[in-house]
Structures are given as structure tokens and as C-alpha cells.
Design a protein around this ligand. Structure first.
Ligand code: ZN
Length: 126
């Protein structure tokens, strides 16, 4: 009886270990230079791929205003915003991990996640 319990417990432990390991591996491999995060008022409102074959629209609504963000095949950009200077719109696509898209009036940040991986040399330049 006792033996059986031990066997079950060790089986559960092995299973938990395998699941945990799987999570670690998935997280490790999904964090690449293409992962972006969007922060509105200091809160993360989106994390995920920075490119999408089909355009994806995200409205970042803060206490200060609204930014319409588009993720498409070329990357992520602020398509429109109600801020006064429109700098975030003029920045165009997010190009580098070192140059996040920032909208100061609306307290919005769009940046690559992960620890400062150098941006790909073939990044779009214009
Ligand atoms: Zn702006």
C-alpha cells in the first residue's frame, strides 16, 4: 500500500518536472528579437510577435489618449494617435531594440522584449 503511494507520488513529481521543463523551453525559444511588448501607462497591454501576415490592430487607451497600433507583415507601428505632436506616428515601424516607439503625451511605449539583442542588419531602413 505504502509502496504504491510512493510510486504514484514519484510519477506525479516526474510529470510536474517534465511540464515545468517544457514551459521553460517554450519560454526560452519564444523570446526572440521579434517579440514585442506594448506598455500603456506603464502597464503591459500586449506581448507577442512583432509581425503578422494579417494586419492586427490594437487600440492602446490610456488616461491621456488613444493610440491605434498596427502589426502587419512589415512590423509594428502607430497608425494613428490623438496626441498633440504625432511623433509616435511619424516614427513609423519599430526598427531596433534600442529605439522603442514612444508616445510621451499618451504614455505609450512599444519595444522589443528580451535582453538587448542587436537588431538584425537587414532591418528595413527608410
Ligand atoms: Zn504620439
Amino acid at each position: 500500500m505504502r509502496n504504491k503511494t510512493v510510486k504514484i507520488l514519484s510519477g506525479v513529481c516526474a510529470l510536474l518536472f517534465a511540464v515545468a521543463l517544457g514551459f521553460v523551453l517554450i519560454q526560452h525559444f519564444s523570446v526572440s528579437g521579434e517579440e514585442i511588448e506594448i506598455l500603456s501607462d506603464g502597464k503591459v497591454i500586449y506581448t507577442g510577435k512583432g509581425v503578422s501576415a494579417e494586419p492586427v490592430y490594437i487600440d492602446a487607451v490610456s488616461a491621456h489618449g488613444v493610440n491605434r497600433i498596427r502589426i502587419d507583415a512589415n512590423g509594428v507601428l502607430v497608425e494613428s494617435a490623438d496626441c498633440n505632436n504625432q511623433e509616435c506616428v511619424h516614427m513609423g515601424y519599430l526598427k531596433s531594440a534600442y529605439m522603442p516607439i514612444v508616445c510621451l503625451p499618451n504614455n505609450l511605449v512599444i519595444r522589443y522584449t528580451g535582453s538587448g539583442e542587436a537588431s538584425a542588419p537587414d532591418a528595413i531602413s527608410r
